[in-house]
Design a protein around this ligand. Structure first.
Ligand SMILES: *[C@@H]1O[C@H](CO)[C@@H](O)[C@H](O)[C@H]1NC(C)=O
Ligand SMILES: *[C@@H]1O[C@H](CO)[C@@H](O)[C@H](O)[C@H]1NC(C)=O
Ligand SMILES: *[C@@H]1O[C@H](CO)[C@@H](O)[C@H](O)[C@H]1NC(C)=O
Ligand SMILES: *[C@@H]1O[C@H](CO)[C@@H](O)[C@H](O)[C@H]1NC(C)=O
Ligand SMILES: *[C@@H]1O[C@H](CO)[C@@H](O)[C@H](O)[C@H]1NC(C)=O
Length: 335
């Protein structure tokens, strides 16, 4: 059905011995001598005043497929209405309208953007200052391939309403799961949810991990200046790391990322019970902010919110924190 030539089949990553990397980090690497690392080279960086350049991101302006109470604006309208802009300090902001009073049940203006470029693997770094949170909100930073769920979906940051914990999820077509044995590999403070990644009929739960660290999502994330989500995707595994603002490794800031030096990921989706190269391809990186819909709406009461989700959407004062503030997004490929 699909003929995707995986870059991983064409070139094996160069393995370099620890200690032979950038001189700046030679000292640190002495402690992990002989540990093999994958060398990554910067491929794309999305940041600063060109962030909203149409050559980089496509604004999605169709109806929300998750039934959210949003109107996704195109690039021109989003910028004209102050819902997508770049601050003087280079921070890219994606926001929900927080100034229009609606009647209950009406859709509120919001944004959903995706990279024009698609990826078949790599190492991705998202440095984010703040994220949307509050009742009715369902923000996500994710990547998705064509013909959902055939091309797969990787949800790197996602949650709803007043959630304090980040949920990381894969969605796929049939025959992809997390091995139950992997629970032993998951580190302290990470809990494993559903094991089956495949969507079937109306069950789109996906396979998932939840981070117990309250800095990983929502107000807890934003109040301490956000942080970095890094994910490495190749045919062996999809791994996600989270670093709070004060714990970002210097190799990330220096654009010489070495995942082997970062410690345990917060999620490991192993290729041992999922053929990752056939389930994940041609992904665009995506940010969105939807409201209510099939997750935030259904979970509204159980996540500590009162009243109805639609009434919450009608009042603009509920959306002063409904903003992604993005420092940069970078992609790296093996060299
Ligand atoms: C995937 O990345 C890991 C970690 O860098 C590496 O050990 C592994 O060899 C890579 N697998 C492939 C198929 O490139
Ligand atoms: C968008 O980016 C391209 C390539 O970097 C550049 O030539 C162009 O001037 C940019 N356009 C705007 C409107 O910033
Ligand atoms: C687990 O959470 C506790 C309490 O927040 C924290 O002290 C500990 O460092 C965390 N462990 C890891 C490995 O992050
Ligand atoms: C999450 O944190 C709570 C409170 O600190 C603790 O009781 C619980 O055991 C933690 N769960 C995991 C999976 O770490
Ligand atoms: C919308 O939210 C922003 C950011 O919190 C705030 O600066 C602005 O004053 C808010 N708008 C209104 C109309 O309150």
């Amino acid at each position: 059905m699909y003929s995707i030539i995986s870059p991983f089949l064409l070139s094996l990553p160069l393995l370099s011995l620890a200690g032979h990397g950038s001189p700046t980090f030679g000292h640190k690497r002495h402690h992990t001598a002989l540990k093999r690392r994958t060398s990554y080279t910067l491929e794309d960086i999305y940041r600063g005043k060109d962030f909203l350049n149409s050559s980089q991101w496509t604004f999605y302006s169709s109806a929300d497929p998750t039934d959210g109470l949003v109107n996704y604006l195109d690039s021109q309208d989003a910028q004209k209405n102050g819902l997508a802009y770049v601050q003087d300090d280079g921070t890219a902001v994606l926001a929900v309208d927080n100034y229009t009073t609606l009647t209950s049940g009406q859709n509120r203006n919001s944004v959903r953007i995706a990279t024009t470029k698609s990826y078949n693997g790599g190492l991705f770094i998202a440095d984010i200052w703040a994220m949307p949170y509050g009742c009715s909100l369902w923000p996500a930073y994710w990547s998705v391939g064509p013909d959902w769920p055939a091309g797969g979906e990787i949800d790197i940051m996602e949650g709803v309403n007043l959630n304090k914990n980040n949920q990381m999820t894969l969605h796929t077509s049939a025959e992809c799961s997390i091995e139950s044995a992997v629970s032993k590999l998951v580190r302290e403070n990470i809990s494993m949810g559903n094991l089956d990644c495949a969507s079937s009929n109306s069950d789109n739960t996906g396979c998932l991990f939840i981070d117990n660290d309250s800095r990983s999502y929502g107000q807890g994330f934003s109040n301490q200046g956000g942080g970095v989500y890094a994910h490495e995707w190749n045919e062996s595994a999809i791994k996600i790391w989270f670093f709070a603002r004060d714990a970002i490794p210097s190799d990330i800031a220096n654009q010489t990322p070495d995942p082997s030096s970062w410690g345990e990921p917060v999620s490991v989706f192993s290729g041992s019970s999922c053929d990752l190269s056939s389930h994940f391809y041609e992904h665009t990186l995506t940010f969105d902010i939807t409201l209510c819909g099939v997750w935030a709406g259904d979970a509204f009461g159980s996540s500590g919110c009162s009243g109805s989700c639609a009434d919450t959407v009608a009042d603009p004062s509920n959306f002063h924190n409904a903003r992604w503030k993005i420092n940069y997004i970078a992609s790296y490929q093996t060299s």
